[in-house]
Design a protein around this ligand. Structure first.
Ligand code: UDP
Length: 246
């Protein structure tokens, strides 16, 4: 089985959920900031249209497929992905792994108040988890300096950045070398999920790869974003046919 799967130019690590958690635990033992991204089909399509974004994704230390569409697409190539590794679940796995250790976490992103609520909920669920800082994701240049200073002073081991794509990936990339953290993850709307503001799909939808459908039912405004999913699969199919020389 190949180590990576290339989907429309984005290089994914071919790992299971628990392998990904193990890799993250390994990152915590190294003295450098590791960038971790979890692209879904919409993000892959955005990266195709934005060279800088594509370069940033492909320079990350771990890239896992958050979206059943990416896993389905990989089945059309010779580099089949083992499974979907949803960003939200990956973070929950990491919290479970570190909660009784000395590692610390910082939440940056989401609407004002959301990261605080997420912190309270996560500390309840993962007893022993040390979330040492929070900041919302709506900032101007001045506020950004404050956020940056706060992170630098608190030196969390794990920094979760939830600003939506590609803002979070670009922010992580441009600050990576100055951040005194070991892992920096782009978590999209995960703080909304952790706070309970946005409900996660019931187990049934997740099991059958229908989480996207549940999210569409709950937030019909996502329709125009999701329209990119069939376009994504068509682009993968087109690439496959071109490779075959059809
Ligand atoms: N967000 C933010 N700052 C911004 C724009 C967005 O903190 O300038 C947050 C927003 O509040 C939400 C998240 O980024 O929590 C984006 O969520 P979305 O569901 O769009 O991301 P996805 O999970 O689909 O990547």
């Amino acid at each position: 089985m190949s180590k990576y799967s290339h989907i429309l130019g984005v290089k994914f690590n071919n790992v299971t959920h628990s392998e990904a958690v193990n890799i993250l635990e390994g990152f915590l033992k190294e003295e450098k900031c590791h960038a971790v991204f979890t692209p879904n089909p919409e993000i892959v399509m955005a990266a195709r249209a934005d060279k800088e974004f594509m370069r940033i994704l492909n320079n990350a230390d771990l890239v896992v497929p958050d979206g059943i569409g990416v896993v389905i697409a990989s089945k059309l190539t010779k580099e089949k992905l083992k499974e979907r590794v949803a960003g939200y679940d990956l973070i929950q796995g990491l919290f479970s792994a570190v909660k009784n250790k000395d590692y610390t976490v910082y939440f940056f992103g989401g609407a004002p108040g959301v990261a605080e609520e997420a912190k309270a909920k996560m500390e309840q669920i993962h007893k022993g988890l040390k979330i040492i800082g929070v900041f919302d994701g709506y900032f101007d240049e001045e506020k950004e300096k404050l956020i940056f200073e706060d992170i630098k002073n608190k030196k969390p081991d794990i920094l979760l950045v939830g600003l939506g794509a590609p803002k979070q990936e670009k922010w992580i990339y441009s600050h990576k070398n100055e951040l005194p953290v070991k892992i920096c993850v782009g978590v999209g709307g995960s703080f909304d999920g952790m706070s309970g503001k946005v409900k996660r799909a019931p187990e049934f939808f997740i099991k059958f790869g229908l989480e996207w459908f549940y999210r569409l039912l709950r937030q019909p405004s996502r329709f125009f974003r999701m329209i990119k999913l069939p376009l994504f699969l068509l682009a993968v199919l087109k690439e496959k046919l071109l490779k075959k020389g059809v």
